[in-house]
Write a protein that binds this ligand. Structure first.
Ligand SMILES: NC(=O)c1ccc[n+]([C@@H]2O[C@H](COP(=O)([O-])OP(=O)(O)OC[C@H]3O[C@@H](n4cnc5c(N)ncnc54)[C@H](O)[C@@H]3O)[C@@H](O)[C@H]2O)c1
Length: 328
């Protein structure tokens, strides 16, 4: 069965393509390579194009007849979204509208959508966040994703599962030669590993006076192959006539910035240089998912915990494949 996978040349998309292939689906990747790498598309056909090009999407659907759409393609940098909100509204919302409409017109009526914890904005408490938490994004990135989510649920005749990820990290086994390669890289785990490997001078630790056990911010890191498995589970759920739903994806376990740094140092056997900085505006003390709904609806459970997440990231970022990532 063919599945249309937008953003499949990127980080989470390429890992999901691998998981789809392993479970008997064929991912048809649509990506404009604004971020991803063609070399990461290895589990099915590649179509170079923009998700906002409705005619292109219709042509792709006519050729490959996908049974469902998994929509990853987006811009993902919060800071860039604050500087260029129009760019984010256009790429993440307007183009998603055109994509959903074009797919629907071609008879593709099942959609799995990549959303984010950023739709919740500042959490009301330090407790794990449920899907019923108020939706109040505090930056244009979160706003653009929330608008796309809302539109998707409003399209008549479409059934969808929206997946709100917390922090994705780690990589597939090295033999697959895929991994995280954002430009610029702003995420903590890759940056801690890169600093420990001497490939970046140091990481910035923003805030050491949070109301957490060690004073640093607590987040929920989920392994990218666990995320990929959740997409396969959501696809199967929709193919089995499951109703439209929204699920958080994380581990349900909070980990502090210091714990991540300690794990990176232990894995690499060398120190991670750190520069302490004040808290950043808008960064809450805790952002942890309540994942009980994904377990219940999708029969999905995260399998990989922090030490293995960091180990797989260290293997990838220390490899020659990562150092050649600029080669598209
Ligand atoms: N990385 C995380 O921790 C994280 C957390 C929460 C949510 N998400 C969501 O997951 C999705 C994937 O994130 P990622 O980390 O893999 O990002 P990524 O940048 O590695 O991948 C995104 C891919 O989409 C492509 N793309 C962007 N705009 C496009 C367009 N208009 N047409 C065609 N292709 C386009 C890029 O070229 C890239 O290959 C995004 O929707 C993001 O919002 C990511």
């Amino acid at each position: 069965m063919n599945v249309l996978l937008t953003g499949g040349a990127g980080y989470i998309g390429s890992h999901t393509a691998f998981a789809l292939r392993q479970t008997g689906f064929t991912p048809i990747v649509l990506d404009d390579l604004s971020q991803g790498r063609k070399s990461a598309v290895k589990y099915g056909p590649f179509v170079l194009g923009d998700v906002g090009d409705a005619a292109g999407v219709r042509a792709l659907c006519a050729t490959y007849r996908p049974v469902a759409l998994i929509h990853f393609a987006a811009f993902i940098e919060v800071g860039e979204s604050v500087a260029h909100p129009g760019l984010y509204m256009d790429n993440n919302f307007n183009k998603s509208v055109r994509l959903f409409d074009a797919a629907r017109a071609c008879g593709v009526d099942k959609v799995v959508f990549s959303s984010t914890a950023a739709v919740y904005g500042a959490p009301e408490s330090s407790a794990p966040i449920r899907e019923t938490h108020p939706l109040k994004p505090i930056n244009p990135y979160g706003e653009s994703k929330l608008k796309a989510e809302t539109y998707l649920r409003a399209v008549e005749g479409l059934r969808s599962v929206t997946l709100r990820y917390f922090n994705a990290a780690g990589a597939a086994p090295l033999a697959e030669a895929i991994g995280e390669a954002h430009e610029p890289e702003t995420h903590l785990i890759p940056n801690a590993v890169l600093a420990g490997l001497g490939l970046k001078p140091a990481i910035k630790l923003f805030g050491t006076d949070y109301p957490t056990p060690d004073g640093t911010a607590v987040r929920d890191y989920v392994h990218v192959m666990d995320l990929a498995a959740a997409h396969v589970a959501a696809l199967r759920y929709l193919l089995a006539d499951g109703a439209t739903d929204v699920c958080n994806l994380g581990t349900g376990r909070g980990v502090s910035v210091r714990e991540v740094i300690d794990a990176a140092e232990k894995t690499l056997g060398r120190p991670v240089p750190v520069v302490e900085e004040p808290r950043r505006a808008g960064d809450p003390s805790h952002l942890v998912a309540d994942v009980s709904r994904a377990k219940e609806r999708l029969d999905w459970q995260p399998q990989v915990m922090l030490s293995q997440i960091v180990e797989s990231a260290a293997a990838w970022h220390g490899s020659a494949m990562y150092s050649q990532r600029q080669i598209k």
